[in-house]
Design a protein around this ligand. Structure first.
Ligand SMILES: [Fe+2]
Ligand SMILES: [Fe+2]
Length: 321
């Protein structure tokens, strides 16, 4: 399994941008790495910053307040200016060009871990029982459903990554890359949320529901991970299997015309390197592929524990989107 994961990871790993040089035009994006910025940007960046500050009334309104702008300038860390290959400005602060990737749509969506042990069955039926209230609440409002579920889906990776981080510190030992892999998953899930936020605007009571659900789920998953990482990863693996099912239903509704196949949000086009004319259907396809990767990573993690090993004993599938 590890071999398969590694080989797929190698195929899907984002292109690595050079780390030196002022501006690289041969890549999909041009970039000026942080280390180089103080050297290559130098006066030009500061001049641009001053011009920007002057343009917004000397206050850095775009950065959320004049003080933030002054602090950035004081420390001499100007925000790096990035441009796409076509020369247009890179406008996302929440992710950078080197974090983008093309989804591996060839991944097997039907793979399923058959529950055999008591813990597996417990994990499986826990997830199945959570689906019932979700189905009743959202019915066929898949856009809304996706957005709300992503607020939950981004929790396990962060909790697992955080606990492994603390364990690594406590024990003075490396993590085998699993901290990074799980935090990558959390970030990827959060990007799903940022994408669906553009398609479905949450209502006040939905936001309130997220508060409540997050409070319960974060703590429950935290305790579960402390008690049994093997169970926690298995639960996440099954949650991801359900996510694949939900997005498949979403696609069916789009194909039937029950959900309008609107233009893909700009953030999705840049994050997944989609063609400019992509639609919501294309976005759901790549998100579903991501969920299948999360399924594999979490079942894999659980299997490692089942073999009496710790995650650090088996290199993590970093970059396996
Ligand atoms: Fe997701
Ligand atoms: Fe996921």
């Amino acid at each position: 399994m590890m071999t398969v994961l590694r080989s797929v990871a190698a195929q899907t790993r984002p292109r690595v941008l050079p780390t030196a040089g002022p501006e690289i035009s041969s890549c999909w994006f041009t970039s000026s790495p942080r280390n180089a910025s103080t050297i290559t940007f130098g006066e030009r960046a500061q001049k641009e910053q001053k011009e920007e500050a002057a343009a917004v009334g000397g206050g850095g309104a775009a950065a959320g307040g004049g003080k933030g702008k002054e602090v950035a300038s004081y420390w001499g860390v100007p925000p790096s200016k990035l441009t796409k290959e076509d020369g247009s400005e890179w406008k996302w602060n929440c992710f950078r060009p080197w974090e983008t990737y093309q989804a591996d749509l060839s991944i097997d969506l039907k793979k399923h871990h058959v529950p055999k042990t008591f813990l597996d069955k417990f994990a499986y039926w826990t997830v199945k029982s959570l689906r019932l209230p979700t189905d009743i609440f959202f019915q066929r409002r898949y856009g809304c459903r996706a957005m709300m579920l992503e607020t939950v889906a981004a929790v396990p990776g962060m909790v697992g990554g955080m606990l492994l981080h603390c364990k690594s510190l406590r024990r003075f030992e490396p993590s085998g890359g699993w901290i990074k892999a799980l935090l990558e998953e959390a970030e990827n899930e959060r990007m799903h949320l940022m994408t669906f936020m553009e398609v479905a605007k949450p209502k006040w009571y939905e936001r309130a529901l997220v508060f409540a659900v997050q409070g319960v789920f974060f703590n429950a998953y935290f305790v579960a991970y402390l008690a049994s990482p093997k169970l926690a990863h298995r639960i996440t693996g099954y949650l991801e299997e359900e996510a694949i099912h939900s997005y498949t239903e979403f696609l069916k509704e789009l194909d039937k015309g029950n959900i309008e196949n609107v233009k893909a949000p700009a953030i999705a086009i840049d994050y997944w390197r989609l063609p400019a004319n992509s639609t919501l259907r294309d976005v759901v396809m790549v998100v579903r592929a991501d969920e299948a990767h999360h399924r594999d990573v979490n079942h894999f993690a659980s299997d490692i524990h089942y073999q009496g090993l710790e995650l650090k004993d088996s290199p993590a599938p970093i970059g396996y989107h």
